[in-house]
Design a protein around this ligand. Structure first.
Ligand code: PRX
Length: 654
């Protein structure tokens, strides 16, 4: 973290104003925002207190808004009591009991609609089943399920009884599952025989068996949902089928009222070291950001059908699937499978068939689907779409324009939402009826979020377009409370600078002359080439703007003269270039980057593969790429890769 002078070179000048039609119906108006920002400035804690009173149903109202006596473990609304599941379900029953809460579509095409009343009954019954298996308030529960409605049921059931869930993404290996279960000292694992993904079953139960064989001493029971029916081993006394566990249990379950600060969940995420961190979230503060961002940023209304494509194994699947939309009483869609089964039109067919009006996905998915051409989405009726969102990485302007023109048919505002597992909900994002959009920028911080870009002394960077550290200068309700079992890592990772005053996001960013935020990349992914600091994502964005390039990942490798040299790993549209074709393409791309950014950003080394090494969540494995770039032996676990063969291609062995 030595850089305080990260250069930023990518420029985007197009601006998209909200339409009059959108402005007229938006949940949040410019006048509201002006008032809110003024309130946040004059009375910061009062601002949050008002929102928490307005949006959350409390069993015991809070009298303290912010308690900073244990900083950086800030506490919000701490003498209030609530139940998150009550706020997501019970409070809607009187007027929305028969409204559809979840439309589930399985990869094989099975469809199930669940009303709010039915969901409350399912959650309550499963909550009673958990209690019968000995799970109580504060116990940790691992959820390792496919993307099915029961995943939400399991999460909500934990919340209902005050158990702390830790969802592990179904694409993680047995080894990763074991590490997480042990770190959390989980009492129980909820899984399925399998899930349907890419036309075949994902072997979830087998992975649980392997994790438990390898040693998870705290785990007493395994509840197994029957989903694929492909035949799995059940261990007598330890494993119980979901349908047997709920059999005979009441469909009513009084919610466990918990303190506002009671941990709602842990979610493990990667840090700069190899050991994943158990990010711990609170109940009330987290819920509040989930509610206000679904309302403000996604503009959810009674008439909408919302679809967030994220798996519940990620924070996006928590805030924008399992909790936020339900807390607002929205109808949402959940899809189990891959976007290309049976063909690359699946997402667009789902949008058409279920009349999806708000669609939220990741730039990597947009780029992958863009590859199949405009005819695919154009053959579906996407006219119900009225708002689009992206998350997880900066969206390159080319993908943004395609999303805007082809999917949004030029009428849908695109919400580029910047946030993190640690922040629980959107932090920097447009407001759809207010913010003029610039492709590639997440625009402005939301009301109450005091974001800035600072140098390493913590001083605001005054010059427009000059990069620095992205920080949040005041504690906010939805921030992580700690790293499970590791308070010191929490303090060191997030509060190392500025006398522990600011939350350090771990990203580099800059603010342009109009006050727009542009995320440049992780601070650990910043390159120093001949004394010039470059965000790897900027180089990638330039590369993917080339008409032949689908995806690019850029890492640094040590270079005698320049300090660091740029290595680019690339997938192309059509066949992977080899031989002379590859040489020609390399020259073309170097010239292209020189043109897009400048000669200093020209990659020294360019390698092609059929795909980039990614985790099943779609995150590019940069540490692996850095090892390949340096020609090191690969020692890290590649078992979670979608396509292990690409590693050899990138090493030049295949
Ligand atoms: O680097 C930022 C990037 O993703 C990181 C957070 O990753 P994770 O905790 O896995 O959460 C992803 C879903 C919220 C950030 O530090 N990131 C996230 N959203 C954006 C982004 N980078 C640029 N633009 C975004 N909209």
């Amino acid at each position: 973290m030595s850089n305080n002078n990260i250069q930023s070179i990518l420029q985007e000048t197009r601006i998209f104003e909200p339409s009059d039609e959108f402005i007229a119906q938006a949940n949040i108006k410019a006048t509201d925002v002006a008032l809110m920002k003024q309130k946040a400035e004059e009375d910061y804690t009062g601002f949050w207190g008002d929102l928490a009173k307005e949006h959350i149903d409390w069993q015991t109202p809070f009298t303290t808004i912010l308690d900073d006596s244990k900083a950086p473990h800030y506490q919000w609304f701490s003498d209030g009591r609530l139940n998150v599941s009550y706020n997501c379900l019970d409070r809607h029953i009187a007027d929305k009991g028969d409204k559809t809460a979840i439309i589930f579509e399985g990869e094989p095409g099975d469809i199930r609609k669940i009303s709010y009343k039915e969901l409350l009954a399912d959650v309550s019954q499963f909550a009673n089943a958990l209690k019968a298996q000995g799970v109580g308030k504060g116990d940790r529960v691992i959820i390792y399920l496919p993307m099915v409605a029961e995943g939400v049921v399991a999460m909500q059931a934990c919340a209902r009884i005050g158990a702390i869930h830790s969802v592990v993404f179904g694409g993680f290996s047995a080894e990763a599952l074991k590490d997480r279960a042990n770190d959390a000292e989980a009492k129980i694992i909820i899984t399925a025989d399998g899930g349907n993904r890419g036309g075949k079953p994902v072997e979830l139960k087998k992975a649980v068996d392997a994790a438990l064989d390898a040693g998870c001493p705290s785990v007493e029971k395994v509840i197994v949902l029957q989903r694929t029916n492909h035949g799995v081993d059940m261990q007598e006394g330890r494993d119980i089928w979901w349908h047997d566990a709920i059999n005979g249990q009441s469909t009513e379950c009084e919610p466990e009222w918990v303190d506002a600060e009671h941990p709602l969940f842990l979610l493990y995420t990667s840090g700069s070291t190899g050991k994943p961190k158990g990010i711990q979230h609170s109940s009330a503060g987290y819920l509040l950001q989930a509610i206000i961002t679904n309302k403000w940023v996604f503009d959810q209304k009674a008439s909408d059908t919302f679809w967030c494509t994220a798996d519940i194994g990620w924070i996006t699947g928590h805030t924008y699937v399992a909790y936020g939309p339900l807390a607002l009483g929205t109808t949402q869609l959940i899809y189990e499978g891959a976007p290309t089964v049976p063909d690359s039109g699946r997402f667009w067919k789902i949008c058409q068939d279920h009349q999806v009006s708000i669609f939220y996905t990741a730039p990597t998915a947009i780029r992958a689907l863009m590859r199949f051409g405009d005819d695919v989405p154009n053959s579906y009726d996407l006219s119900k779409l009225r708002l689009l969102g992206t998350v997880g990485e900066p969206i390159n302007p080319e993908a943004w324009m395609w999303y805007h023109n082809v999917i949004g048919q030029e009428k849908c505002p695109i919400m580029d939402t910047w946030w993190q597992t640690e922040t629980g909900g959107h932090m920097i994002a447009p407001l759809p009826g207010i913010t003029a959009l610039k492709p590639g920028s997440c625009t402005h911080a939301l009301p109450g979020i005091i974001a800035d870009v600072v140098d390493k002394e913590g001083n605001s960077i005054e010059n427009a377009n000059e990069g620095g550290f992205l920080v949040i200068k005041k504690p906010f309700p939805s921030m992580l409370r700690t790293i499970w079992n590791d308070d010191s890592r929490y303090a060191e990772t997030y509060w190392p600078m500025f006398d522990g005053k600011y939350y350090l996001a771990g990203d580099s960013a800059y603010i342009d002359e109009d006050g727009y935020f542009w995320i440049m990349g992780r601070i650990d992914d910043v390159l120093n080439v001949s004394g010039h600091r470059l965000g790897t994502m900027e180089v990638e964005s330039a590369l993917v703007a080339h008409p032949s390039v689908t995806e690019a990942a850029v890492v640094g490798k040590p270079h005698e003269v320049k300090g660091e040299a740029i290595v680019a790993f690339i997938t192309c549209k059509g066949d992977r270039p080899t031989g002379d074709k590859a040489d020609k393409m390399i020259e073309e791309l170097r010239a292209w980057v020189a043109k897009e950014i400048g000669p200093i950003a020209k990659p020294d080394d360019i390698r092609f593969a059929d795909g980039l090494p990614k985790t099943r969540s779609g995150k590019i494995m940069r540490r692996l790429l850095r090892a390949i770039a340096k020609g090191e032996e690969i020692t890290q676990d590649t078992s979670t890769l979608e396509n292990e063969a690409v590693v050899e291609q990138l090493q030049g062995k295949a």
